[in-house]
Design a protein around this ligand. Structure first.
Ligand code: AP5
Ligand code: MG
Length: 190
């Protein structure tokens, strides 16, 4: 199985691009953000706990998302691999992912990182707020906190995956089609 990670700051276009990529390469899309929003909507215990953290622009505990990922890997069949969107988001999650995959003698195939500047994050998410109605898009202070969380907790993964020889970066500035082509150029190699 292939295990691609679509990496990038909030609003980089991970969800947008994942939809096209899973179809092109017969992969299953796992967005931990989408899974958590489903739990919130269903009013589960996990959802109730996650809601406060998400709406403050903070991360939920590592164990919560690690469990979600492992159960998706086990339950989804009939695909050539997985496209992870929004996971891993801390070094601890990256290490946990390596350990989960090692159990079946597998490993991360490649990381594709979509890069955009901070101001573009705010512009794109503010625009999306009116379309999708996500609570964590609702005001600029939450968005800024998500950006700060990204820089402090998630960005260090870049060095982790560079050291593993798995890191590939694409420019996220441009039209959705332009960025899609850049991502496909990387994924075609695997
Ligand atoms: P999550 O849902 O993963 O949110 P995020 O990482 O903040 O990313 P977004 O979904 O906001 O952005 P995106 O990159 O998918 O961009 P999109 O394609 O929508 O996580 C939410 C929260 O859940 C986290 O803050 C955290 O609390 C929790 N969580 C999730 N995973 C976790 C984990 N592993 N550990 C702990 N906590 C976790 O695009 C954005 C907008 O821009 C759209 O409107 C789109 O149409 C537009 N757009 C896209 N591309 C372009 C383009 N090229 N040009 C113009 N507009 C574009
Ligand atoms: Mg998303």
């Amino acid at each position: 199985m292939k295990y691609f990670i679509l990496f990038g700051p909030p609003g980089a276009g991970k969800g947008t691009q994942a939809t096209a990529m899973v179809e092109k390469y017969n992969l299953h899309h796992i967005s931990t953000g989408d899974l958590l929003r489903k739990e919130i909507k269903a009013g589960t215990e996990l959802g109730i706990k996650a809601k406060t953290l998400i709406e403050a622009g903070c991360l939920v505990p590592d164990e919560v998302v690690e469990g979600m990922i492992e159960s998706e890997f086990k339950s989804v069949k009939g695909v050539e691999g997985f496209l992870l969107d929004g996971f891993p988001r801390t070094i601890a999650q990256a290490e946990a992912l390596d350990q989960i995959l090692a159990k079946t003698e597998e490993e991360v195939t490649a990381v594709v990182s979509i890069m955009i500047p901070d101001q573009m994050i705010i512009d794109r998410i503010s625009h999306r707020a009116a379309i999708e109605g996500r609570a964590d898009d609702a005001n600029v202070d939450i968005i800024k906190n998500r950006i700060a969380t990204y820089h402090s907790q998630t960005e260090p993964e870049i060095e982790y995956y560079k050291a593993a020889g798995k890191y590939n970066e694409v420019d996220g500035i441009g039209t959705i089609d332009e960025v899609r082509e850049r991502i496909a150029d990387v994924m075609d190699k695997f």
